[in-house]
Design a binder for this molecule. Structure first.
Ligand SMILES: [Zn+2]
Length: 207
């Protein structure tokens, strides 16, 4: 069905080995089909037939739960809350710290009671309005922090030069692109002449 997309987009719905699984198509179609052999069709073929994707697609077909991704996002928010704004280097450093924490704690074992039984906790899901159990994991030990501190000090001491007085921006710092709009700002004069006040329906007052 997936590879059939390459036939379908050209307007060919029955071909040598297979056919589309949709019903009859409406005749009054305005959108053009993609010609076979066109640049667009070649580009689409590269995506649809991408070997790496085809190998992994089975995993994604059965991947229906986003709970692990959600818990990963919640984990990032502990380090980089949306309530605060951070400069790029600070945000990046916080995300790195979150990743280090995540990676060194993601394979923790479930916490066990002295008798060896696994500890569960109840959790209420607001969306499904159901209670479920999840296994409590062992406490985080953050043992990697000391390793990092040691590495930082070692690198600092053996660097052979002091700390730079001013921090210089790295080449990949996105702040060099300035604010987001890629439309150059017109002059205030131009805007005054063209912009109509949304409230009153006429030009903005100039005096
Ligand atoms: Zn079709």
């Amino acid at each position: 069905m997936w590879i059939g997309v390459l036939h379908h987009v050209t307007g060919e719905h029955v071909w040598a080995l297979d056919a589309c699984q949709h019903g009859p198509l409406a005749d009054e179609r305005e959108k053009e089909w993609i010609p076979k052999g066109s640049v667009a069709h070649d580009a689409l073929s590269d995506i649809v037939l991408n070997g790496r994707w085809l190998k992994q697609v089975h995993k994604y077909l059965r991947f229906r739960s986003t709970s692990e991704l959600e818990s990963f996002h919640n984990h990032l928010l502990m380090y980089a809350s949306k309530r605060n704004s951070f400069t790029f280097p600070v945000y990046e450093a916080r995300i790195f710290l979150a990743a280090l924490d995540y990676n060194s704690h993601c394979s923790r074992q479930p916490r066990r009671r002295p008798d060896g039984s696994i500890q569960y906790k109840k959790q209420f899901n607001k969306k499904s309005r159901k209670w479920s159990l999840y296994a409590v994991k062992e406490k985080k030990d953050y043992s990697y922090i000391e390793d990092i501190q040691r590495a930082i000090v070692k690198k600092r001491v053996s660097s052979g030069h002091g700390m730079p007085r001013l921090s210089s921006k790295r080449a990949d710092d996105p702040r060099k692109y300035g604010l987001l709009p890629d439309v150059p700002a017109p002059t205030t004069e131009e805007l005054l002449n063209t912009q109509v006040s949304r409230v009153h329906g006429h030009a903005l007052p100039q005096k």
